[in-house]
Every structure is written in C-alpha cells, then in structure tokens.
Ligand binder design. Structure first.
Ligand code: IDP
Ligand code: MG
Length: 139
C-alpha cells in the first residue's frame, strides 16, 4: 500500500464561506501535490456510506445532513508521509483544540462544522480516494 497519498474534502461550510482558494493555497504551500480534484455534492446515501464507521455515534444524523447540504471539494494529495502530515496541517477535530496556524484553527466553526476532512490511515486514504474518484481522474 502506498504511504504517500491522502484524501481530503473541503466540507460544505468551507465552500459556502468562500475558503476554497485560501485552503488550497495552504495545502500547496505545505508541499502537497494535487493528484485528483473536483467540486461535487454527496448524496445522503454517499455520506452515510462514507461515514459508516460513525453510524452508532449520536452526531451521525447531523453529520450526514451537514456533509450533504452543499458542494464539497474532494481531492487526493501526494507527499511523503501524506496521511500524518496532512492531519497535522488540518489540526484537531475540534477547532478549539487545534494548533495555531492549522486549517481547522483558521477556518472551522465547531467540532461538527470543521471545514476539512483528512484520512486517518493509508488504508482509509485508498478506500476514500476510490469512493470519490475513478482511476482515470487521478494524475
Ligand atoms: P476527524 O474528521 O478529525 O477524523 P472524526 O472523529 O473521524 O474526526 O469525525 C468525523 C467528523 O464527524 C468530524 O470531522 C466532524 O465533522 C464530525 N464530528 C466528530 N465529532 C463530533 C461531535 O462530537 N459532534 C458533532 N460532529 C462531530
Ligand atoms: Mg476521521
């Protein structure tokens, strides 16, 4: 399994607030290469499946509502140690706990509406990338 790719989504709140450009600038400045990218909107079924691991959590319904309410930017990013380095760049799930300068510290409103997704393992990066992109959309 390759360890140099991760999957991200700029979530509906980030897109609504006009933060696509600023977030992509930080991603580029941090040394990630964009392998695949698109503006898309998840259906309820998509979001339920993507976040199936959280299906027993109390916030699952709210999470599915949020993630489907508008378009997202989905992307695959490449860099040595991509998964871990991208999680560092985005910061803690709750922006109140996120380090200064991280994407969530800068752009997230709350633990629920936290601007950006980053895969948590190489295995999930591969699964999530394949969920959103066909092979011919990866460069
Ligand atoms: P992560 O995105 O930092 O990996 P996870 O624990 O995997 O965090 O949760 C997935 C997503 O579910 C979060 O990014 C956030 O949008 C939402 N979420 C997580 N915990 C809560 C919560 O306590 N309340 C509301 N939404 C939450
Ligand atoms: Mg997660």
């Amino acid at each position: 399994m390759r360890t140099d790719r991760t999957f991200t989504m700029l979530k509906p709140d980030a897109v609504e607030k006009g933060h696509i450009g600023a977030i992509l600038e930080k991603i580029n400045a941090s040394g990630f290469r964009i392998v695949a990218m698109k503006l898309t909107q998840m259906t309820t079924q998509d979001a339920k499946e993507f976040y199936a691991v959280h299906s027993e959590r109390p916030f699952y319904g709210e999470l599915v509502e949020y993630m489907t309410r508008g378009p997202i930017v989905a992307a695959i990013l490449e860099k040595e140690n991509a998964v871990e380095d991208f999680r560092t760049l985005i910061g803690a799930t709750n922006p109140a706990d996120a380090a200064e300068g991280t994407i969530r510290k800068l752009y997230a409103a709350s633990i629920g509406e936290n601007a950006v997704h980053g895969s948590d393992s190489d295995e999930n990066a591969a699964i999530e990338s394949a969920f959103h992109f066909a092979g011919r959309e990866m460069f």
